[in-house]
Design a protein. Structure first.
Length: 483
């Protein structure tokens, strides 16, 4: 079977580094690598760089909205803060997955061939890696565009259809530029982006704290089963963020093979946990003082007029940061699905699809609302997928043969049975099935109904997927450590 790694001879110059040539990983140069293996001679960097990558992606509007939503769901302020802390502990899973990047010198989209087989992994990447990513990209882009529309109107212009299209295209172009330039650009930009966003949200915090009711309790406090249902749903809502990053090895794969696994886990997890807890908590604090059903308008009542344009710009910048990571990984996923195109073109293809969805949703129908509702169910898939990946890392003791993972031939080490690893496929299917029985979002599964509405889809799906994979993989000897 032919490799899906794009052939640099087919119409595009070979930008891949030659043996003995100094490291070409510079912010001003388009990244040459796609899903191919990164040789040891090109590895560089320090795991502390991962902190700003994940921090910039979490000082954002979405985290603020989630924090406010927890209070709107009926929790007291301190219950909401407890949920925020517990939900953000899932960032340690994101950190754990990151250690496979330096071990293999490959992105997550390739490493998961070890779990699902060459063909099975194409299906995995098509759904988990690409489709869900493009939908998230569209939703985030719509949120950024809404803030940008408000900013445009503050200048005295009317945000008509033409202006809206132009705004969406400009924001998408800035986002995709980062994704196209790739890894080095992300590492270069995300520290100053983190600092700028932190400064902006610090100002928001100053004014929010002045209005916060620290003893806030809803008029009708939740008790019993209703309380537990909301607490578990809140943890799932917060945890969905880190669980969506099953591609965290994409941003660590250039680190030297000998980089400390503990450092990678620590810096990745802290980069997600600290800003997410801070911004989510800020949203919860704000919900005790203003109406967070419309966070932008609600916060506008307590923020000074001079700061509103700065705040709107910060919302746009934060969304660009998170969407650039999404676009980058989605581009790699599109290659891993089997399309023989350069990474730059795959990123642009992702962006084009996301822009089309965004414009259709904003200008034509409530399509984005439909997508948003569907994505509420993604935890049913993402939780088990994260669990299978994490379990594989533990079973293999994080030993991955990067060059072997690029072998897509029928005789390759990760071909398994007809291109599918039964252990991974069955474990994922089992985890998703159990999770679907426990869910209580757009529909109520039978187990959730029996528990009075308590949604255990996240822990149940992850536990079943992990246990099934451990049992099936060991039984089939499909995770023997590789040098």
């Amino acid at each position: 079977m032919a490799s899906t790694i794009p052939d640099p001879q087919s119409g595009t110059p070979d930008l891949r580094p030659k043996e003995g040539v100094p490291d070409p990983e510079r912010a001003g140069r388009v990244e040459a690598h796609g899903i191919d293996h990164i040789p040891d001679s090109e590895r560089h960097g320090h795991p502390r760089q991962l902190f700003s990558v994940w921090a910039a992606a979490n000082v954002n509007y979405l985290s603020l909205v989630i924090g406010g939503a927890l209070v709107l769901m009926g929790l007291t302020l301190w219950q909401a803060l407890a949920v925020i802390v517990v939900g953000n502990l899932f960032w340690f899973f994101t950190g754990l997955l990151s250690i496979s990047g330096p071990a293999a010198g490959a992105p997550s989209e390739v490493i998961t061939r070890a779990m699902y087989g060459v063909r099975g992994n194409r299906v995995n990447n098509a759904i988990v890696g690409w489709l869900i990513s493009v939908c998230y990209f569209a939703l985030n882009l719509a949120a950024a565009a809404t803030a940008a529309f408000a900013l445009v109107e503050k200048t005295g212009l009317t945000a008509g259809t033409g202006v809206k299209i132009a705004v969406v295209v400009v924001i998408a172009a800035l986002t995709l530029a980062i994704g196209v330039y790739g890894h080095a650009m992300i590492m270069k930009l995300y520290l100053p982006i983190t600092l700028a966003l932190t400064a902006a949200f610090a100002v928001v915090a100053f004014y929010v704290f002045g209005e916060t009711d620290f003893s806030y309790v809803p008029a009708e406090p939740l008790t019993g089963t209703d309380l537990w249902a909301v607490l578990v749903a809140g943890v799932t809502l917060v945890g969905a963020g880190p669980l969506s990053y099953t591609t965290s090895a994409d941003f660590s794969r250039y680190l030297p093979r000998t980089t400390s696994a503990r450092s990678i886990i620590g810096w990745t997890a802290l980069g997600g946990i600290l800003p997410s807890i801070a911004v989510c908590s800020l949203g919860a604090f704000a919900a005790t003082a203003v109406d967070m059903t419309d966070p932008q308008a609600g916060l506008g009542t307590i923020l000074p007029g001079w700061f509103e344009p700065v705040f709107l710009l910060a919302l746009v910048l934060g969304t660009i940061a998170i969407n650039a990571l999404t676009a980058y990984s989605a581009g790699l996923a599109l290659q891993a699905v089997g399309l023989r195109i350069p990474r730059t073109r795959s990123v642009l293809a992702d962006g084009t699809a996301a822009v089309a969805l965004t414009l259709y949703g904003l200008l034509v129908s409530d399509f984005l609302d439909t997508v948003s509702n569907v994505l509420q169910l993604t935890v049913v898939l993402l939780g088990p997928a994260m669990a299978v990946y994490a379990t594989d890392i533990l079973l293999r003791r994080n030993r991955y043969d990067g060059p072997a993972l690029t072998d897509e031939s029928a005789g390759g080490p990760f071909w398994y049975t007809a291109g599918v690893n039964p252990a991974g496929a069955l474990a994922l299917a089992g985890g998703v099935a159990v999770s679907a029985l426990c869910v209580n979002t757009l529909y109520t599964g039978p187990i959730a109904r029996a528990l009075g509405g308590i949604d255990l889809s996240l822990p149940a799906g992850m536990a079943v997927a992990a246990l099934l994979y451990a049992a099936l993989a060991r039984g089939g000897n499909s995770v023997a450590p590789r040098a």
